[in-house]
Write a protein that binds this ligand. Structure first.
Ligand SMILES: *Cc1c(COP(=O)(O)O)cnc(C)c1O
Length: 435
């Protein structure tokens, strides 16, 4: 052990990983060798330990190149932040800030006031609050309004999204009783009407997220649902999931219901994610009427779901970009969606230049993040049939600095350009050249 610890190639990792981590890796290597009864030369063991230490690098949070073509990839951290948001995070984290301090009055202030004011301006809602993610937002709404009472949801909207978030289970957890209405494919306003009882706490509408029912279907108009809620005196809430503030039709995509539309349809509360289509940090936003948001704010759970200053700094700056439409391209996700095929092709030429065996091909990207899951976005990819096979090459790319996560199809390696940040082009093309 001591000889290994002092071996120069191994000792070189001490500053990065710490001595205890190195000891742990050596002990693991020795134990595995003993178990296999594998005796070996010192040098061979030292090399194996160095390999282990190199792999430890992957245990830290690293920037990666997303060449998968899935723009909002939950495993790769969803939306990249804008420079303005990153600067705000740095500012907020570097020292102290007026997070909950009113500088004019010299007294305690509200942590959420700045983001709430921006959200009111952007969505037309009377008030807003922010929690840790959209799952927490839904939980908070149900806990506040529906504990021990009934929530009416259409069968076609009882979704499970990624990460084990199942609407019926979250409902059960919050102590609410689910009242399912309609058939899997069809639901009418009269179904909701018949389900109303003195026990009804909420009428709820949920985005179907990453699945679609097509063919013989019948949804209820959101404005009809909110009108029913008003007549019956029952709040209507919508879980929008992705939370678009922009009409995606301007990027040639199908229209995706926006937060503004949900507010205009008269929803009392609308919940959505901050790190999907919005292009901000992880967060859950709830906008709605003053009275309903006030109820949420007075729920003690809000303290447990409280967002930190880094998130609020990034979110406020992200929202400020929406407030000035000429700045929208500052959002990396918007820049990715707006890039033309010709722009992508132009960038791909540098890759093909670095690796002459590579071809430039038409490709298909996806939005991801439970939004327009089936909608294909035209894209451009660099395609290569690596000598040692595509899987092997994909693995080699994952071991690069920065690691590159690519797609493999029919024994070809595909690097989809739409999700690769232009500033990562040079390093990615250099890695491709080595295959
Ligand atoms: C993504 C999604 C959520 C969960 O959002 P998180 O911010 O990941 O917690 C909830 N509901 C719907 C419909 C979604 O698409």
């Amino acid at each position: 052990m001591h000889r290994l610890l002092d071996e120069p190639h191994i000792a070189a990792f001490a500053a990065e990983l710490g001595r205890e981590r190195i000891k742990h890796c050596i002990a693991q290597e020795l134990a595995e060798r003993r178990a296999r009864d594998a005796s070996a030369e010192f040098d061979e063991i030292a090399r194996a330990v160095v390999k282990r230490l190199e792999d430890e690098r992957f245990e830290t949070l690293l920037p990666v190149v997303n060449a998968t073509g899935v723009l909002l990839h939950t495993n790769l951290g969803r939306a990249p932040l804008s420079q303005a948001a990153l600067d705000a995070v740095r500012m907020a984290g570097m020292g102290y800030c007026n997070l909950e301090y009113d500088l004019r009055a010299g007294t305690r202030g509200s942590r959420y006031a700045r983001a709430a004011a921006l959200l009111q301006d952007l969505t037309g809602a009377q008030d807003a609050i922010v929690v840790n993610n959209c799952a927490a937002a839904v939980l908070l709404v149900l806990d506040t309004f529906a504990k021990g009472r009934e929530v009416v949801v259409a069968r076609s909207e009882l979704v499970e999204i990624g990460g084990g978030f199942r609407l019926p289970e979250v409902l059960a957890r919050s102590g609410a009783t689910l009242v399912e209405v309609g058939a899997t494919n069809k639901v009418y306003l009269s179904d909701y009407e018949r389900a109303l009882s003195p026990q009804t706490a909420l009428l709820m509408r949920s985005h179907q997220s990453n699945f679609r029912i097509t063919g013989f279907t019948q949804p209820v108009e959101p404005s009809d649902l909110t009108a029913l809620g008003k007549r019956a005196g029952v709040p209507v809430v919508e879980d929008l999931g992705s939370g678009a503030l922009l009409d995606l039709a301007q990027f040639g995509l199908p229209h995706e219901r926006t937060v503004q539309e949900a507010v205009a349809d008269g929803m009392d509360l609308v919940a959505f994610s901050a790190d999907k289509l919005l292009g901000g940090p992880q967060g859950g936003i709830i906008v709605g009427t003053r009275a309903h948001i006030a109820r949420l704010r007075s729920n003690p759970l809000i303290r447990a779901l409280r967002t930190d200053k880094l998130t609020l700094a990034a979110l406020s700056e992200t929202l400020r970009i929406y407030a000035s439409p000429h700045r929208l391209r500052e959002l990396p996700l918007v820049a990715m969606l707006a890039a033309t095929q010709e722009e992508l092709r132009q960038r791909a030429r540098a890759y093909a230049h670095a690796q002459p065996r590579a071809e430039i091909v038409e490709s298909t990207a996806y939005l991801g993040g439970g939004t327009l899951a089936q909608t294909a976005l035209p894209s451009i990819a660099v395609s290569l049939a690596p000598r040692d096979g595509a899987e092997k090459a994909a693995q080699q790319l994952r071991h690069r600095e920065p690691p590159i996560v690519a797609r493999v199809a029919e024994n070809r390696l595909l690097l989809d350009l739409r999700g690769i940040l232009p500033e990562q082009d040079a390093a990615t093309a250099a890695a491709l050249a080595l295959l």
